[in-house]
Design a protein around this ligand. Structure first.
Ligand code: 6PG
Length: 237
């Protein structure tokens, strides 16, 4: 389902409200809310909205558990770090226990880090399958999501829940939840904003299947939302 908003501000507000709604529903149903955050620029305004009243007071932060969809394997205080971004814009500004925040620490030994994060997910959810309540995703101009980057082995991962990869031209590795792990989630939300994404959004949503990693995302036991702004939804681009 795709929902179109006038601009990035309204898109971010709607995404923040959906986050709050899913948080309350998850805590009511299971006593906790398990969410994976996205990196990149698009979710930044949404993270800020979550720190403002009334949503800040409505969200059961004490029962929230924060994971990531992907990470750039740089030190935690590096400006390219997805966890740093989320900490500064959101997590340091809401009453969430630090023990319930699980960054993808992969600056050292990315290969080992993927295995460690997978074990952490399995241990956290055992004996059940690692079903996150909510996963936030962005969409890259090349059709990638999380760090399922075209031309790497990451989109083809069928068994592991977390994989490491190197995007050609980058001097750092990345960690990413795999498509099988993302598709276990109860709710998956793509946030797509801006004219520069109009072309790829149309191809991913209406083009032939199997061309872009983002097309791998379709949770069989869950809901998939596309929250986009008018500029990204424009078909004349
Ligand atoms: C990352 C992100 C990545 C991002 C897309 C869209 O670490 O780079 O997780 O998947 O969501 O590249 O990025 P923008 O929102 O900046 O356009």
């Amino acid at each position: 389902m795709m929902q179109i908003y006038d601009d990035g501000e309204r898109l971010s507000q709607a995404a923040a409200e959906l986050f709050a709604d899913q948080a309350s529903k998850a805590v009511a149903a299971r006593g906790r809310f398990c969410v994976a955050l996205a990196g990149g620029n698009t979710p930044r305004q949404m993270y800020h909205q979550l720190t403002l009243p009334p949503l800040r007071e409505q969200i059961p932060w004490a029962q929230a558990h924060i994971f990531w969809g992907d990470e750039r394997c740089v030190s935690g205080d590096d400006p390219r770090s997805n966890s740093r971004m989320a900490r500064e814009l959101l997590l340091d500004r809401v009453p969430i226990p630090g023990t319930q925040i699980y960054p993808m620490d992969c600056a050292e030994n990315p290969e080992g880090a993927a295995g460690r994060y997978q074990s952490r997910l399995r241990e956290f959810f055992q004996p059940e399958e690692p079903r996150l309540d909510l996963i936030l995703l962005g969409l890259g101009k090349d059709g990638h999501t999380a760090s399922l980057i075209p031309g790497t082995q990451a989109p083809d991962e069928k068994l592991r829940l977390v994989t490491e990869l190197r995007k050609p031209g980058e001097d750092f590795a990345r960690l990413s939840l795999t498509a099988p792990m993302i598709n276990l989630a109860r709710v998956v939300v793509f946030l797509v904003s801006g004219k520069s994404k109009a072309g790829i959004l149309q191809q991913v949503r209406t083009g032939p299947p199997g061309r872009f990693p983002a097309q791998l995302i379709n949770p069989p036991g869950g809901k998939l939302y596309w929250l986009v702004d008018k500029a990204a939804a424009a078909t004349e681009h």
